[in-house]
Design a protein around this ligand. Structure first.
Ligand code: FDA
Length: 393
């Protein structure tokens, strides 16, 4: 069985590539259905791209690598495709574009494009390894419990990362890449809730607040959610991509507030109140109570010096917390790191030293922010690969 192109993985990147690369194409996936992550994404409405996507929204050891693919297939190119299928969409917030109806509309669109391109799809087919011989690439597959080998002129690695093993993530792309001698950068869960072994926020679990979260070189203004196990919410998920174990995160509660001015005003308006009680006017009650106990805010405002007020204001604007871990791949939206971009052409996604082997989507060391950026990388990298394949035939 020989194909022009064998695409491993029928996720966002694999389907997009199959729809556009031309020639005799086979796509395989061990799941029962194609595009399972698309189906569950964005709460079932798929945040399929972001209006403001640009290279600065992506993490990689080489931040320049993603530029070419993103520039040659932009968010507006994908929006035009979605529009051509009359899929209705809306901006939710911060440029995040979601389907009005269902994520299944995006899957149906990709399946239709694949059908029109004549691409074959084998589901419930797992890949175990790939090797190269006699000018072809040969993939060892398991289908219906039986091993078989499929050969192709080109193989595209599109099996994603390690996030959410329950949904079929295996990390096999890394193993295949390494078997060809390609470097894989360190991988870790990203866009993931952070945890604390002592569970300090269990009593205020469910409390949400606008915040600015800083970790490493990342800083994000969005909601923060206190959970039973630790911290979540968009600002924390974003910051998690910049956080490494042992580091602290810095939390600014309600960054719009001038806490020193607020506390001074409270001291002049309600001098008999305790500091903690005054804070409860400006923070969710449970959180104010938690801070009152954690930071000892029982002093009466009238007896509080400017120095002490400044200390409290500083704590509110720069609360340093050291998570003990993250929820890991079990809930991480993406995998940070992956196939080293030094090994790939940024124009074609082909391995520089293994002609015919390509890698696209999440398995590559390019990771987007929360908000539609990861799908945009899947679409853009898939199109770079597909166009290169189409042009080479
Ligand atoms: P993807 O994971 O989509 O596809 C890989 C495919 O390979 C899967 O179908 C898998 O079954 C298959 N596979 C794996 N191992 C295999 C093997 N050994 N043999 C055969 N097949 C194998 N991003 C975004 O931009 N907007 C959003 O709204 C969301 N929402 C979201 C929600 C949740 C819960 C998660 C977990 C993730 C998101 N994401 C997201 C991230 C986004 O889903 C992700 O970045 C893309 O799906 C990556 O596309 P890929 O095609 O690279 O991998």
């Amino acid at each position: 069985m020989t194909y022009d192109t064998l695409i491993l993985g029928a996720g966002a990147a694999g389907m997009m590539c199959a729809a556009h690369c031309g020639g005799r194409v086979l796509v395989i996936d061990h799941a029962k259905a194609a595009g399972e992550k698309i189906r569950i994404s964005g709460g079932g409405r798929c945040n399929f791209t972001n209006m403001y996507a640009e290279p600065a929204n992506f993490l990689s050891q080489n931040p320049h690598f993603c530029k070419s693919a993103l520039a040659r297939y932009t968010q507006w190119d994908f929006v035009s495709l979605v529009d051509s299928y009359r899929i209705k969409w809306h901006e939710k917030t911060l440029g995040q574009l979601f389907c009005d109806n269902s994520a299944k509309d995006i899957i149906a669109m990709l399946r239709d494009l694949m059908d029109k391109a004549g691409a074959e799809l084998w589901l419930e087919t797992a890949v175990e390894s790939v090797c190269q011989a006699d000018g072809l690439l040969h993939a060892r597959l398991v289908r219906g419990g039986k091993p078989l080998t499929v050969s192709a002129r080109r193989v595209v690695l599109a099996t994603g990362g390690k996030s959410i093993p329950k949904m079929g993530a295996t990390g096999i792309a890394y193993q295949i890449a390494e078997s060809f001698g390609l470097q894989v950068t360190e991988t870790r869960p990203a866009l993931v809730p952070l945890t604390f072994s002592a569970q300090p926020f269990a009593p205020i679990s469910g409390t949400a607040i606008p915040g600015r979260v800083r970790a490493g070189s990342g800083s994000f203004d969005e909601a923060v959610l206190f959970t039973h196990r630790g911290l979540s919410g968009p600002a924390i998920l974003q910051a998690s991509s910049y956080w490494t174990e042992g580091d602290s995160v810095h939390l600014n509660l309600c960054p719009e507030n001038d806490w020193m001015a607020i506390l001074r005003q409270a001291r002049s308006d309600t001098p008999r109140r305790q500091i903690g009680t005054a804070l409860a006017e400006h923070l969710p009650k449970k959180l104010a109570q938690h801070l009152d106990e954690a930071w000892g805010l029982q002093d009466q405002l009238a007896n509080t010096t400017d120095k002490r007020l400044a200390e409290v204001a500083e704590l509110l604007a720069d609360w340093e917390l050291t998570p003990t871990g993250s929820e890991g791949y079990r809930t991480a939206e993406v995998t940070l790191g992956g196939i080293d971009t030094d090994e790939l052409s940024s124009k074609t996604m082909e391995a520089k030293d293994v002609p015919g082997l390509y890698a696209i989507g999440e398995c590559v060391d390019v990771t987007g922010w929360l908000g539609g950026y990861n799908f945009q990388w899947a679409w853009s990298s898939a199109m770079a690969c597909a166009r290169a394949i189409a042009a080479s035939d």
